[in-house]
Design a protein around this ligand. Structure first.
Ligand SMILES: *Cc1c(COP(=O)(O)O)cnc(C)c1O
Length: 398
């Protein structure tokens, strides 16, 4: 049996152990929700203070030119690009993942006007599927087909998540991308649950989207990103044709003329204060050896699976290579079980109807955290601590 001393030794030998000190983590909390909202990087408060006091307060509107605000969607995109296997000038940052999905799928449909099928995944994070439904409803005449049918030969576009938010199951990105493209469809990857948890490479895809507030740790409400393969830069259109994607936003022309390159996918004024926190998060990522991230992530999730044993049904793939950086477990009373855990300092989350999710952010989660989380979970189950009625009432955010 693995004991806590063994986990202490694993922590001592962890090549990523110093990164934990770069985050603010409350005492007595085992935070296994970094796949929903990443922890606060120590540098973020100072960077945001600078954006507020020095840039906004000191430069006022001059900040657009002199503090780099106007260029943020592209400068942040260039810094983020290596995390998804992309190069400079291929990623634009801003808005939300939902909006980026809309842009990517709409652009793909315009590149394949002769095809009328959108392949999506009903099990995907709902907003992805909802955005497709809204777009198809607006356009009319489109069929939305579930990926489980496995037919792409008449599809215009296929939208999938690299890692499933509920189960943690992971797609083979290069293999699926090749299959979709050989069928003549365009591939859009959503990497919300993989970026920052593993080496992501969407360079073969047509489009990719993701958020920065999960494993990337850029904070609540942080902007999303959109990757567009350079082979589409001259022809892909941004249906959300806002002024920041115009060739000359400050010419204030009456007609829309798209900018060259990735800038045409910008829409409107960037969320400057949120970008400041993202910059602090990227300051950390620039120093992270990404090979170590995946190795540690697999070790953490495997340790948790081993320690929990057969106390609960494993929803995630049993093979660490086939899952992301999370472990999902099933319990019919999952909600009160999670509330009882949180009450004891172990923070995971709950996804209806019966899934307990535990995310293991390899930058700041220790092997001893995994040990403590599993021990607490086993205690909550053994002693049926979750039956206390105070855990039954649902809060708005689960
Ligand atoms: C977290 C997540 C989103 C979030 O979308 P927002 O518009 O940024 O709120 C979308 N898709 C997936 C797969 C996610 O995991």
């Amino acid at each position: 049996m693995i004991d806590r001393d063994h986990c202490l030794a694993l922590d001592a030998g962890d090549p990523l152990r110093a990164f934990r000190d770069e985050f603010v983590l409350p005492e007595g909390v085992v935070y296994l929700v970094g796949n929903s909202l990443g922890a606060l990087p120590r540098g973020a408060a100072e960077r945001v203070r600078r954006a507020v006091e020095d840039e906004w307060g000191g430069q006022l509107v001059g900040g657009w030119n002199h503090a780099g605000w106007y260029a943020q969607p592209l400068t942040a995109g260039d810094r983020l690009a290596p995390l998804i296997g992309a190069g400079p000038g291929q990623v634009v940052v801003g808005n939300t993942t939902s909006i980026a999905i809309y842009q990517a799928v709409a652009a793909a449909l315009r590149l394949r006007p002769e095809r009328r099928v959108i392949v999506s995944d009903v099990r995907n994070f709902p907003t992805d599927h909802y955005m497709v439904q809204g777009l198809a409803g607006l356009l009319g005449g489109y069929e939305i087909r579930d990926v489980s049918e496995g037919r792409f030969d008449d599809a215009a576009v296929v939208l999938l998540a690299e890692v499933d938010y509920r189960t943690g199951a992971r797609h083979d990105v290069p293999a699926v991308t090749a299959q979709v493209q050989e069928a003549g469809a365009l591939m859009v990857w959503d990497v919300c649950h993989s970026v920052g948890a593993m080496k992501v490479d969407v360079s073969g895809a047509d489009f990719a989207v993701g958020c920065t507030y999960k494993y990337l740790n850029a904070g609540p409400g942080a902007p999303a990103f959109l990757y567009v393969n350079p082979r589409h830069h001259a022809t892909a259109e941004n249906v959300l044709s806002g002024w920041h994607g115009h060739a000359e936003p400050f010419a204030f022309e009456a007609g829309y003329r798209p900018a060259e390159g990735i800038r045409r996918f910008a829409i409107g004024t960037p969320h400057v204060l949120s970008f400041a926190a993202l910059e602090a998060a990227l300051d950390v990522w620039e120093r992270v050896p990404m090979d170590q991230i995946r190795a540690k992530s697999m070790a953490l999730t495997s340790l948790f699976v081993d320690l929990v044993g057969d106390a609960l049904e494993l929803v995630s793939p049993a093979d660490a290579a086939a899952r992301g950086s999370q472990v999902s477990l099933r319990h019919p009373d999952g909600y009160p079980v999670m509330r009882a855990l949180i009450d004891r300092g172990v923070h995971g989350d709950f996804r209806a109807p019966d899934v307990l999710r535990f995310g293991f952010a390899p930058l700041y989660i220790r092997y001893t955290d995994v040990y403590d989380a599993a021990a607490t979970l086993l205690e909550v189950l053994d002693r049926e601590l979750w039956r206390d009625e105070k855990y039954a009432r649902r809060l708005a955010v689960t």
